[in-house]
Design a protein around this ligand. Structure first.
Ligand SMILES: Cc1ncc(C[n+]2csc(CCOP(=O)(O)OP(=O)(O)O)c2C)c(N)n1
Ligand SMILES: [Mg+2]
Length: 575
């Protein structure tokens, strides 16, 4: 709501004309800046410090979605960025509201997700006086954001919001944080005194193609490679580079592996889609191209790549390229722009080198098929208690091209990472390298709100669900149906396994045991759909009934607590 001051004079040359001057509050300026960035929703938990932003959102037509824990608001903003490609925004109150949101911001930081967290703060007029909920938010957020600042005056409110968004896209994307004191949000200034950045007017394109010489160098390497492979990582989705990646793979005949949000870039069944042959490929390849994923623990810090292979790394972030492992060629740029340029550079050549790769692709397919066949009996297991492999197999069979899959848990999600394959790009969501339990329900909220046309399917560990599960009620309140599955082993099993290995069975039950909780009944209590499953043959029908219920749902599947995923047994995450 803006106000006018009667009788103030205009700046025109006609001296006597009485006019009015428009006044606007800090909260309303924030909302205008959010709108300019394309934000159509904020995720929030209310507090007296931030009510002026809500009122601004009412004026700007921005939807206010209120949740039950600020961690959920922040994870939802992260998830919203991933799904929509425009930055998500969470607004939380000062002090505990902001500290509750820290985990969500931290997760977005490691996952390279561009989101803005706005936190309230005590009034500037009470600075350092011990006001209600006062904390040093900016100091707390600085190490886990790309930009963290205080808005010092009402007139600068929109300007700082646009600045925070610009910094979200500086290099690899990530979160920004703004703290806005209560009196800054409350006060009104003449609209003309405020800088109001124009939509599209305050940041540049990040679709950089890198050094043109490096594009030619990669084209040369590929032309001569007989055993190339490419890993299509997170940034392939961040950069919306699916089409460029698919053309690159198909036109140049390069076997592709995918990780993180890059999963689904090629659909399962594509002749160049590989998953289980990755270790073999990384040892046998003569050229390995890593696109948009760092050499972190998920990649064994780069140590699992053959020392004899040429290694190329393409990334939005200069600091990621060549980190932890030497490379033969590094390109800093946008995954789509770079892959399209390389494809074009090679397609103009007489010898593209692509036909020499038939034997290599057949070799990888044989490894892939053998690994799949070896595991298949487990996936079809009729044993009771249910083998987790059977559960994730049923989920994979259940997914359609329009199912966004979310994994939130320990061991059970490690199983699903091997078996569940999204059928479309951008249809896979996991926490990312922070490994945060509790992202599931917030990601469901973000995904179903952003894409009501999609089906959302989420697999939870019972431990993971418990961290943020109360916001199942938010899904009911906003009528956001989804198919939820709890792989229930009444334990924090991924941790339990390591304890048993190190300290023996007798000491293996310390600090990791959960009750036999009936999550199906929890769902029903909150107004959703619920069923429990003990027999493997009942999993598929229960999932279908959940889909047909049109409600947020939880299918509580009792899985064998004494069966562990290979990744858990190898403890690969710590190596
Ligand atoms: C927020 C958070 N706390 C603790 C951990 C450590 N952790 C990793 S896996 C795991 C067990 C998760 O249990 P559950 O979700 O039930 O999955 P399960 O391993 O039993 O299949 C824990 C506690 C974590 N990754 N994130
Ligand atoms: Mg568990």
């Amino acid at each position: 709501m803006t106000q006018t001051i009667p009788g103030s004079t205009s700046r025109s040359d006609k001296p006597e004309a009485p006019t009015t001057q428009e006044l606007i509050s800090g909260g309303h300026l924030v909302a205008k800046a959010l709108k300019a960035e394309g934000v159509d929703t904020i995720f929030t938990l209310c507090g007296g410090h931030i009510i002026d932003i809500y009122d601004g959102c009412v004026d700007e037509g921005i939807q206010v979605i209120d949740v039950r824990h600020e961690q959920v608001a922040a994870h939802a903003a992260d998830g919203y960025s991933r799904i929509t490609g425009t930055p998500g925004c969470a607004v939380v109150t000062a002090g505990p509201g902001t500290s509750d949101a820290i985990t969500g911001v931290a997760n977005a930081f490691r996952a390279e997700s561009p989101m803005l967290l706005i936190g309230g703060q005590g009034a500037l007029s009470q600075h350092k006086m011990g006001s209600l909920q006062d904390l040093p938010h900016v100091d707390m957020m600085a190490p886990i954001t790309k930009f963290a600042a205080t808005v010092p005056s009402t007139a600068r409110a929109a300007d700082l919001v646009s600045m925070a968004f610009r910094e979200c896209f500086n290099g690899a994307p990530g979160p920004s944080f703004l703290e806005i004191p209560r009196d800054v949000l409350d006060a009104k200034v003449p609209l003309e005194q405020a800088r109001l950045p124009r939509p599209g007017g305050y940041r540049a394109s990040t679709r950089s193609v890198g050094d043109p010489g490096s594009i030619e160098a990669l084209a040369d390497l590929l032309t001569h490679a007989q055993k190339p492979c490419v890993l299509l990582g997170n940034q392939v989705w961040t950069c919306r580079a699916t089409d460029a990646a698919v053309s690159f793979v198909h036109e140049l005949n390069v076997p592709a592996f995918m990780n993180g949000a890059g999963r689904g870039t090629l659909p399962p069944g594509d002749p160049l889609h590989f998953q289980l042959a990755r270790r073999h490929a990384f040892i046998e390849a003569d050229l390995i191209i890593i696109v948009g994923t760092p050499f972190d623990f998920r990649m064994g810090y780069g140590r699992r790549l053959s020392p004899a292979a040429k290694v190329v790394q393409i990334d939005l972030n200069y600091g990621t390229v060549g980190k932890n492992r030497d490379i033969d060629l590094g390109i800093v740029g946008d995954a789509g722009a770079v892959l399209a340029a390389v494809t074009q550079a090679i397609s103009g050549r007489l010898d593209t080198g692509t036909s020499a790769r038939k034997a290599w692709i057949a070799e990888l397919r044989a490894v892939e098929t053998a690994a799949y066949d070896k595991r298949l009996p487990r996936q079809l297991s009729d044993s009771s208690p249910i083998d987790p492999y059977r559960l994730v197999h049923e989920i994979n069979e259940f997914l359609t091209e329009d199912s966004i899959y979310i994994g939130d848990g320990g061991d059970i999600v490690t199983f699903s990472g091997q078996v569940v394959q999204p059928k479309s790009p951008g249809h896979w969501m996991d926490p990312g390298p922070l490994g945060t339990l509790g992202v599931g329900i917030p990601f469901v909220l973000a995904a179903k709100h952003a894409r009501p046309d999609k089906e959302v399917v989420a697999l939870f560990g019972d431990g993971a669900f418990s961290l943020t599960g109360w916001d199942f009620e938010t899904l009911v309140r906003y009528n956001l149906p989804f198919v939820g599955i709890v792989g229930n082993n009444s334990s924090m099993n991924q941790i339990r396994y390591g304890q048993i290995q190190k300290y023996g069975e007798a000491r293996g039950r310390v600090g990791n045991t959960l009750g036999d909780v009936h999550y199906d009944q929890f769902a029903k209590m909150l107004g959703g759909y619920g069923e429990e499953v003990r027999n493997p043959a009942d999993i598929g029908p229960a999932l279908r009934r959940a889909r047909e219920s049109g409600l947020p749902s939880l299918i509580n599947v009792w899985v064998d607590p004494d069966v562990y995923a290979p990744g858990t047994m190898n403890q690969t995450m710590y190596k």
